[in-house]
Design a binder for this molecule. Structure first.
Ligand code: SF4
Length: 58
């Protein structure tokens, strides 16, 4: 993948396995993301998820 030239500096992200991660930089490339939870009553960081995540192809 080519170096990322469109980081969204309002959305820091370290999930390099995501299709939308900014290659070489710790940012997302999407204009907006949705954060949600898989818990009924979230209490710690681990309860939250980036619901815009998409696994990188290949
Ligand atoms: S969609 Fe979510 S997980 Fe993927 S790069 Fe953006 S912030 Fe990170």
């Amino acid at each position: 993948m080519a170096n990322c030239n469109n980081p969204n500096k309002s959305i820091g992200c370290t999930v390099t396995q995501c299709e939308y991660h900014c290659n070489g930089q710790n940012y997302c490339t999407l204009e907006k993301i949705t954060v949600g939870t898989h818990e009924a009553n979230p209490t710690v960081i681990e309860c939250t998820d980036c619901e815009s995540f998409k696994a990188k192809q290949g």
